[in-house]
Design a protein around this ligand. Structure first.
Ligand code: NDP
Ligand code: MG
Length: 380
């Protein structure tokens, strides 16, 4: 029996993880954590019977405790609650499906406790990759990618342990505004940006996909997961999202992983690795697949991607500033406080004024995050 804990069980990745658990009789849930959706968390507790559950706010935790008084489950709250879920003694693997760099401390604590990590929460690796990768090696745990592109790359690397990667070809759909100029994007509303052409995901990542900031975060995520330089990761726009990513080796051979867009595949692959299990769902039909097109990314109109390369190349605390500024700006856009193009202006402004710390500790990362939020508050 493999025992699983999930940070962010009520979200898009969290709920799909639970669907995978349901389909595999040798997977079991020991601990769940959510932000505020206690109605769904209660239903999950009743169905999956974890021994521990965390809710971010103390008040909501109290409410949940009363609602599940008839079930043998311990309810905790706050950062301490997330840390308890991450390190739950009986669990083997932690699925990090919270959104944002709030995942840093629990992810590190889980690795220190010897847990394998199924990583969806890319913001954590982008901001703290220089601390997490050496820790993963030191602890001898597995860091298994859930992000579809990174799972594709991971699958392309099967059996290639001693072969050098010359290039990672990270595919991107280009999002709903592919082909538009900045001028044509200035009036975009929240509803427009929440319509992704190929994937149904949480709100923050959907906005990030539309600005291409998501792809920028993924370039940095790939750099840490696969030990390559920023400039070895090339973004290839492939609007149909059929090719999930590719790896080019030194002899020029290119390996690719293809499939229909279904996050349950990378989730199940991470949870059952190295085994492949049956997975119901649509299959690629090459007779119906009329064309697969490729384009270069548009760095000029999608400046968030260019800024991500700049942040990743500089390294240190700059990826934290890039990420924190984006997290705050996206939340302001979702709350209709700023216009669409201002998201990237905020990221650029925050990066310009930041004095880079070369190898930041967790405290320095969290301090850079706070400084970025203070700057945005004072300026926007
Ligand atoms: P969602 O917004 O759908 O879900 C986020 C989850 O995190 C929810 O369960 C939410 O709880 C929980 N959460 C938020 N804040 C806190 C907090 N302070 N404490 C505890 N739990 C919290 O996001 P997604 O599932 O889309 O994305 C999760 C991560 O996975 C992101 O990093 C994203 O980039 C990555 N990812 C997602 C993909 C997708 O297809 N969705 C694909 C690839 C990567 P509640 O709902 O109760 O507030
Ligand atoms: Mg992805």
């Amino acid at each position: 029996m493999k025992r699983i804990s999930i940070l962010g069980s009520t979200g898009s990745i969290g709920t799909q993880t639970l669907e995978v658990v349901e389909q595999n009789k040798d997977l079991e849930v020991t601990a769940l954590a959510a932000g505020s959706n206690i109605a769904l968390l209660e239903a999950q507790i009743r169905k999956f019977r974890p021994s521990l559950a965390a809710v971010w706010s103390e008040e909501k935790a109290k409410e949940l405790k009363a609602r599940v008084a008839d079930v043998p489950v311990k309810i905790v709250s706050g950062m301490d609650g997330l840390l308890q879920v991450a390190t739950e003694p009986l669990s083997h693997i932690l699925v990090t499906a919270v959104v944002g760099m709030i995942g840093i401390r629990p992810t590190i604590a889980a690795i220190e406790a010897g847990k394998d990590i199924a990583l969806a929460n890319k913001e954590t690796l982008v901001t703290a990759g220089h601390l997490i990768i050496p820790l993963v090696e030191e602890m001898g745990v597995r860091l298994l990618p859930v992000d579809s592109e990174h799972s594709a790359i991971f699958q392309c690397l099967n059996g290639e342990k001693n072969n050098k990667i010359s290039k990672i070809l990270l595919t991107a759909s280009g999002g709903p505004f592919r082909g538009r100029t900045r001028e044509q994007m200035k009036d975009i509303q929240v509803e427009d940006a929440l319509k992704h052409p190929n994937w149904a995901m949480g709100q923050k990542i959907t906005i990030d996909s539309s600005t291409m900031v998501n792809k920028g975060l993924e370039v940095m995520e790939a750099r840490w997961l696969f030990g390559v330089g920023m400039d070895q990761v090339q973004v290839v726009v492939q609007p149909q999202s059929v090719i999930h990513s590719m790896v080019e080796f030194e002899d020029g051979a290119v390996m690719a992983q293809l499939g229909t867009p279904d996050m349950k595949l990378p989730i199940q692959y991470a949870l059952c690795y190295p085994e492949r299990r049956p997975l119901p769902g649509d299959r690629l039909d090459f007779w119906k697949l009329k064309d697969i097109r490729f384009e270069e990314p548009d760095f000029e109109n999608f400046r968030g991607l260019a800024l991500a390369y700049q942040a990743g190349r500089t390294g240190g605390s700059l990826p934290t500033v890039f990420n924190a500024a984006n997290e705050r700006a996206v939340s302001m856009f979702l709350n209709r406080k700023i216009g669409y193009l201002t998201i990237v202006d905020i990221i650029e402004g925050a990066m310009e004024r930041h004095k880079v710390i070369p190898h930041p500790s967790v405290e320095q990362i969290l301090e850079a995050e706070r400084e970025t939020y203070d700057y945005i508050e004072s300026r926007w």
